[in-house]
Ligand binder design. Structure first.
Ligand code: NAG
Ligand code: NAG
Ligand code: NAG
Ligand code: NAG
Ligand code: NAG
Ligand code: NAG
Ligand code: NAG
Ligand code: NAG
Ligand code: NAG
Length: 896
C-alpha cells in the first residue's frame, strides 16, 4: 500500500531528469512487481485502439485502477485477482507472464482477436478459476494436457475455431462448473468423461457441426447441471434414459441434431425444474411421455378447473415452471401432452410438423402467460375453445393443417396483442365472427375451411391488418368497401361465392389481390364488368394522355440508351380512387401503363411466392417483351423526392452483370420497380429443376459474373452499395449464361430501418444470410460475400441452398458441405456428380473459395475483388494444367 505513492511522487519530480528517473523507476517497479508483471503481459499484446493506455509505468493511476484490473485487499497489500479485458479489439499473444500474479483468479479475454492455439501455459496460474476466451480466433485442438487446468471452475472457449476431438483428459477437470465449447469446429465423438465432472452447472457443446456423436449416457450423472445445450451439432441416436438423473436441469436444448427414437418415458416426470425444453428439428418419434412435468395430472385439472381451489399436488406445482416447449419438426405421434395447455408459466408451445393428435382444451384459459402457439400440420381435432379468447398475452396462434371443426368462438381474437392467426386448412364452419378487439392483428388466414356468410366488415377497422387470406371457403355477399382503406399486402378471397363490385383500390392499389373463382364479382380487369360501368374506362386506374403518347415510341431496351446514360419520362396521373395518384418515372421508353402493370400483377405472373419485401412478377408487355416487376410494400417514410433520388442512383448503374432498372411507379403506399428480364430466368429456377444440368464452364462463368457484379457495387460504383439480398433467385441468366444481379440495394429504397426489421423478422430467415446478420446492426460487404459463397456452393454441388422437402437432410447447404468435407475425401462427395471428372480440380479449388466466403468469422472472408481474381485465375489456369497431373488427381480421387 505504501510503495506506490512515493513512486508516483518521485516520478512527477523527475519527469525531466531521465537518467535519474530511470534509477527511481527501478526502485519503484521492484516495489510493485505486479505492475511490472502486468506491463510485461501487455508487451505481447497488440492494442490497436489504445484501450490499455492506462497500463503504463508512468501512469498517474495505481495499477489496481488500470483498465480491467480488479484487486483485493489481501494483507499485507493489494493484489490483482481479476483481469477483464473483454471487447477491446486486442490481438497478439497471451503470455504466460500473467501467471506471476499469484492471486489471479479470473482472466476474461472474451470478444477480442487473439489468433493462436489454446494457451496451455496459463495452467501455470496457480489460483486461476475462470478462463474466458470466448469469441476470439483461437484455433487448433484441445491438447491432452488440458488436465493441467485441474483447478479451473469456469472454462469458456466458445465461438472460436477449435477443432479435433474432445480429449478424454478433460474429465480430470473435476472442479469445473461451467464448460462451454459451443460454436467451434470440434469433431468426433464426445468421450464419456462426465462421471467425474459432478460440479458442472452448465455444459455447452452446441453448434459444433462435426461433432458426430451419441449423447454420452454418463451426462445423466450431473445432478447439479442446470443447462445442457447441445443444439445444432450432429448428435444422433436416442436420447439416453439416464438423462432422468438431471434433477436440477432448467434448460434442455437438443434441437437441430439427428436424434431419433422416442423420448424416454420417465424423462418428463423427473425434470421438475425445467423452464425450457427444446428437442425441435430432430427425427424423434413415438408418443410423447405423458409424464412431462406432470402433464398427465394436469389433464384432469384442465377439465375440472375447480380443482385449483383445493390443494395442488406438489408434483404438479413443480411443473408450473415450464415456459418454453419446442418439439416441432419431428415425427411425434399420438396424443399431445395436453396438460401443457394450462401451465401457468407457459409462454411458447411449438409442435408444428408432427403427427400429434388431441385437442386444445378449454383449460387453455389458465395459461395466462401464453404468447405463442404453433401446432400447424398435425392431427389436432375438436373445436377452437372459448378459453383461447381469455389468454390476453397471446400474439400468435397458428394451427393450420389440422382437423379442427365447428364454429369459431366469438372471442377467438380477443387478445389485445394478437398479431398472427392461421387456421387455414381445417374444417371450421359457420360465420366468421366480427373481429373488434385485436387491434394489432397483422395476418389472418382462414383459407380452406367451410366458412359461410359474409366477410365481417369489422375487418376494415383493424389498423395494421396486412395479410388477409379467406380463400377457398363458402363466403357470400360483397367485399366490404372499407377493406380498401387498409394497407394490405395480400388480399385473397379466391374460390368463394362472393358477388358485386370489387372496391377499386383492391384491384389497382397495393395488395396482391386474388379474386378468381368468384363468378359473381365484377369490376375493371375482371371477366365481368359491372352493369353500371362503361366497358372500357382506363382513366379509372389513372391512365393519362401522355401515357398513350408513349405507346407510339418504339420499344427497345439497350438500343435506345442515350449518351447521358438514361433519360427520364415523367408522368403523373390523378386518380379517382382513395389511394392517391401513381407517379411514374421511366428510364427507358417503356411501352407500358400503370394499368398494364397493375393488371399484370396477378397470380399467374407471380414468381417465387411472396418475398419479404413484396412480390415479384414477370409481365409480358403488349410488344411481347418481358419485364420483371417488383412491388415493394412497407416502403418506410421516404419522401417522394428522396425516393426518386434513390431509385435513380440505382438505375444509373451500368455493369454487364447488374440488371437494369427500367423505371418505377409509386403511390403513397407502394412502389413498383421495373427491371429488365432475361430469357433464361433465374439461376434459382434452374437449380430447382430436377433435371438441372449445366456444364462446369457455364457455372464458372456465372460465378465469375456475379462476383464481378458484386465487386463493382462494393468498390467501383459511387456511392458504394451493398446488394444485401444475394441469392440464386436474384441472379438472372441470358442465353449465354451471362449472369445479371437483380433486386439489389432495396434498403436504399425502403429505408434501412424497414429493411432491417424485415430481415430480422422470422419470415425472412434465409440460409443465404450470414450468421452474424441477426446480431450486428450494420450491414457489411462480408455479408454479401457470405451470400455469394452460398450461391457458389449451389453451383458446385448442384443442390439448392435449402432443401425443405427432404426432411431428414434439412440442413442448409453450408452445414451440409461442412459436414461432408470433414470426412476424409468428403470434399469429392459434395461435387455435383453430374459434372465430368475432368473438372474436378477446378471444382475443388472453387469449393475452397466458397468455404472461405462462407466462413463463420466475417473477417476471414475474402473481399469480392479477391474472389474475382481467384475465380479468374481458376478459369485461365485450365489450359496450363499438365495432363499427367490431371490423371493423377483423378486416380487419387476415385469415389469412396
Ligand atoms: C517503463 O517505462 C520506460 C519509459 O517509459 C520504458 O523504457 C520501460 O520499458 C518501461 N518498463 C516496462 C516494464 O514496460
Ligand atoms: C483508484 O481510483 C479511485 C478514484 O479514482 C481512488 O479513490 C482510489 O484510491 C484508487 N485506488 C488506488 C489503489 O489507487
Ligand atoms: C473494435 O473494432 C471494430 C471494428 O474495427 C469497431 O467497430 C469497434 O468499435 C471496436 N471496439 C472497440 C471497443 O474499440
Ligand atoms: C465469457 O465472456 C462472454 C463475453 O462477455 C460472456 O458472454 C460469457 O458469459 C462469459 N462466459 C462465462 C462462462 O461467464
Ligand atoms: C477422474 O478424476 C481423476 C482425478 O480426480 C482422474 O484420475 C481420472 O482419470 C478421472 N476419470 C476420468 C474418466 O477422466
Ligand atoms: C442422421 O442419422 C442417420 C442414421 O440415423 C444417418 O444415416 C444420417 O447420415 C445422419 N445425418 C446427418 C446429417 O448426420
Ligand atoms: C407436415 O409435416 C410432415 C412431417 O410430419 C412433413 O413431411 C410435411 O412436409 C409437412 N407439410 C407441410 C405443408 O409443411
Ligand atoms: C398459413 O398456413 C398455411 C399452411 O400451413 C401456410 O401455407 C401459409 O403460408 C400460412 N399463412 C401465413 C400468413 O402465415
Ligand atoms: C356452400 O354453401 C352452399 C349453400 O349455401 C352449399 O350447398 C354448399 O355445399 C356449400 N359448399 C361448401 C364447400 O361448404
Amino acid at each position: 500500500m505504501a510503495a506506490p505513492t512515493p513512486c508516483i511522487t518521485t516520478y512527477t519530480l523527475l519527469l525531466s531528469l531521465s537518467f535519474a528517473f530511470f534509477s527511481f523507476f527501478i526502485s519503484c517497479s521492484s516495489a510493485s512487481p505486479e505492475a511490472e508483471t502486468l506491463l510485461s503481459f501487455k508487451n505481447s499484446i497488440e492494442d490497436q485502439k489504445g484501450s490499455l493506455s492506462t497500463w503504463s509505468n508512468n501512469s498517474v493511476h495505481h495499477y489496481c485502477n488500470w483498465t480491467g484490473i480488479t484487486c483485493s485487499n489481501t494483507s499485507p497489500s493489494l493484489t490483482v485477482t481479476s483481469i477483464n479485458l473483454q471487447s477491446l479489439n486486442l490481438s497478439g499473444e497471451i503470455s504466460s507472464s500473467v501467471c506471476d500474479l499469484s492471486n489471479l483468479a479470473h482472466l476474461n479475454l472474451a470478444d477480442n482477436l487473439f489468433n493462436q492455439p489454446i494457451p496451455l501455459h496459463l495452467s501455470h496460474c496457480s489460483s486461476l478459476q475462470t478462463l474466458n476466451l470466448s469469441n476470439n480466433l483461437i484455433w487448433g485442438p484441445i491438447p491432452d494436457q488440458i488436465f493441467q487446468f485441474g483447478s479451473l471452475r469456469v472454462l469458456d472457449f466458445s465461438r472460436n475455431h477449435i477443432e479435433g476431438r474432445i480429449p478424454e483428459s478433460i474429465g480430470s477437470l473435476v472442479e469445473l462448473q461451467v464448460l462451454n465449447l459451443g460454436s467451434n469446429l470440434l469433431s468426433g465423438t464426445v468421450p464419456t468423461v462426465f462421471k467425474n465432472l459432478t460440479e458442472l452447472v452448465l455444459l455447452d457443446l452446441s453448434e459444433n457441426a462435426y461433432l458426430v456423436s451419441e449423447i454420452p449416457s454418463d451426462i445423466g450423472n450431473l445432478a447439479k447441471l442446470e443447462q445442457l445445450l447441445l443444439r445444432g451439432s450432429s448428435f444422433y441416436g436416442e436420447v439416453p434414459d439416464s438423462l432422468v438423473g438431471l434433477q436440477s436441469l432448467t434448460i434442455l436444448d437438443l434441437s437441430l441434431n439427428n436424434l431419433s427414437g422416442p423420448i424416454p418415458q420417465t424423462l418428463g416426470s423427473s425434470l421438475k425444474n425445467l423452464v425450457s425444453f427444446d428437442v425441435s428439428q430432430n427425427k424423434l418419434l413415438g408418443s410423447f411421455p405423458s409424464g412431462i412435468c406432470g402433464a398427465k395430472g394436469l389433464k384432469d385439472l384442465s377439465l375440472h378447473t375447480n380443482f385449483f381451489t383445493g390443494t395442488i399436488p406438489s408434483s404438479i406445482n413443480e411443473c408450473l415452471k415450464l415456459e418454453r416447449f419446442q418439439v416441432q419438426n419431428n415425427g411425434f405421434s399420438d396424443d399431445f401432452p395436453d396438460g401443457l395447455w394450462s401451465f401457468s408459466n407457459i409462454k411458447l408451445i411449438r409442435a408444428e410438423n408432427n403427427r400429434f393428435s388431441g385437442q386444445v382444451p378449454p383449460g387453455i384459459s389458465m395459461a395466462a402467460q401464453l404468447e405463442q402457439v404453433q401446432i400447424d400440420n398435425n392431427s389436432f381435432s375438436g373445436t377452437i375453445p372459448n378459453g383461447l379468447g381469455s389468454v390476453k398475452s397471446l400474439y400468435r396462434f397458428s394451427a393450420s393443417l389440422n382437423d379442427f371443426f365447428g364454429e369459431l368462438p366469438p372471442n377467438f381474437c380477443d387478445s389485445p396483442v394478437m398479431s398472427i392467426i392461421n387456421l387455414s386448412h381445417n374444417s371450421l364452419s359457420g360465420q366468421i365472427p366480427e373481429l373488434k378487439k385485436c387491434r394489432k392483428l397483422v395476418s389472418l388466414s382462414l383459407a380452406e375451411n367451410s366458412f359461410n356468410g359474409e366477410i365481417p366488415p369489422s375487418l376494415s377497422d383493424l389498423p395494421v391488418l396486412t395479410y388477409l387470406d379467406l380463400s377457398a371457403n363458402n363466403l357470400t355477399g360483397s367485399i366490404p368497401p372499407g377493406l380498401q382503406n387498409l394497407k394490405l399486402a395480400l388480399f385473397n378471397v379466391s374460390f368463394n361465392q362472393l358477388s358485386g363490385r370489387v372496391p377499386a383500390a383492391l384491384i389497382s392499389g397495393l395488395p396482391a389481390s386474388f379474386l378468381e373463382g368468384n363468378p359473381g364479382l365484377c369490376g375493371p380487369g375482371l371477366p365481368n364488368s359491372c352493369s353500371d360501368e362503361p366497358p372500357k374506362q382506363h382513366n379509372h386506374v389513372g391512365l393519362s394522355e401522355s401515357t398513350w403518347a408513349l405507346i407510339s415510341i418504339a420499344f427497345g431496351i439497350g438500343v435506345l440508351l442515350l449518351a447521358a446514360g438514361f433519360f427520364v419520362f415523367h408522368r403523373s396521373s390523378k386518380q379517382k380512387s382513395q389511394l392517391g395518384g401513381w407517379r411514374s418515372v421511366f428510364f427507358y421508353p417503356l411501352r407500358i401503363t400503370e394499368h398494364d402493370l397493375v393488371m399484370g400483377m396477378n397470380e399467374k405472373s407471380a414468381v417465387g411466392g411472396n418475398g419479404v419485401f413484396g412480390s415479384s412478377y414477370i409481365i409480358r408487355l403488349p410488344s411481347g417483351e418481358q419485364v420483371a416487376v417488383k412491388k415493394l410494400v412497407n416502403i418506410g417514410s421516404q419522401t417522394s423526392k428522396a425516393l426518386k433520388a434513390e431509385v435513380k442512383t440505382l438505375a444509373k448503374i451500368r455493369h454487364k452483370n447488374i440488371a437494369k432498372i427500367l423505371g418505377f411507379c409509386h403511390s403513397d403506399e407502394s412502389i413498383i420497380l421495373i427491371y429488365e428480364y432475361l430469357q433464361n430466368g433465374s439461376l434459382g429456377d434452374l437449380i430447382s429443376r430436377p433435371d438441372f444440368q449445366l456444364q462446369w464452364s457455364d457455372r464458372l462463368r456465372i460465378a465469375l459474373g456475379v462476383a464481378q457484379g458484386l465487386a463493382y457495387l462494393h468498390k467501383h460504383y459511387v456511392p458504394h452499395l451493398l446488394h444485401r439480398n444475394v441469392k440464386s433467385k436474384n441472379i438472372l441468366l441470358d442465353v449465354g449464361f451471362e449472369p445479371k444481379l437483380t433486386d439489389f440495394a432495396i434498403d436504399r429504397i425502403v429505408g434501412d430501418a424497414a429493411f432491417q426489421s424485415t430481415i430480422a423478422s422470422e419470415f425472412a430467415y434465409s440460409c443465404y444470410n450470414a450468421p452474424e446478420c441477426g446480431q450486428s446492426k450494420k450491414a457489411t460487404e462480408q455479408m454479401d460475400v457470405y451470400s455469394f459463397g452460398v450461391v457458389l456452393l449451389e453451383l458446385i454441388t448442384g443442390r439448392q441452398a435449402d432443401q425443405p422437402e427432404s426432411f431428414g437432410d434439412s440442413l442448409d447447404i453450408v452445414k451440409w458441405v461442412r459436414r461432408k468435407i470433414n470426412i476424409a475425401n468428403g470434399s469429392l462427395d459434395v461435387l455435383d456428380p453430374k459434372i465430368s471428372r475432368s473438372s474436378q480440380h477446378e471444382m475443388l479449388a472453387a469449393l475452397e473459395i466458397a468455404t472461405r466466403c462462407t466462413s463463420l468469422m466475417p473477417e476471414k472472408r475474402p473481399s469480392m475483388f479477391e474472389v474475382t481474381r481467384a475465380l479468374q485465375s481458376l478459369g485461365s489456369e485450365r489450359p496450363f494444367i499438365p495432363d499427367s497431373e490431371f490423371s493423377n488427381s483423378e486416380k487419387n480421387s476415385a469415389p469412396v
